[in-house]
Design a binder for this molecule. Sequence first.
Ligand SMILES: [Zn+2]
Length: 161
Amino acid sequence: MDQADTATFDLEPPTPEQLEDLSADLDGDEKRVLLQHGTEAPFCGVFLDEKRDGVYTCRLCGLPLFVGGTKFESGTGWPSFTQPFVEEHLQYIRDTSYGMVRTEIVCARCGGHQGHVFDDGPPPTGQRYCINSVSLAFTPVGEALPDKLGRGAPEGEVLEG
Ligand SMILES: [Zn+2]
């Protein structure tokens, strides 16, 4: 799939020093989920009722991962999306923990754990990206994206809808 805007984000991983700096800003829950592949309790996520248009970014490194318009009410208690911001911003890992075969999703840039993807989602993709809200930050349309790694535009800029 050739998407012109994927080239604009710098996917070079953060240095160990940068990663340490970023991790220092996380609270206990965020650390447990993002860095230790934990799962937050359902129905306590802060974005469950977020209906605005905008971009969901990696809480750790600021990379855009999902867009508001693809979020749907899954009834699972976790924020759920039908498709990523762009495929290249996620990395898919086979997860056989707990006696299940699942597909884990991590941020393609920093490796921060996001959640899992299941193939029982609604149209048009049939995919259900089930994400821990502590793994995400939200930027409403019209506000500047985070630029946590100092990479420059398009990070730190207002994203065009
Ligand atoms: Zn990240």
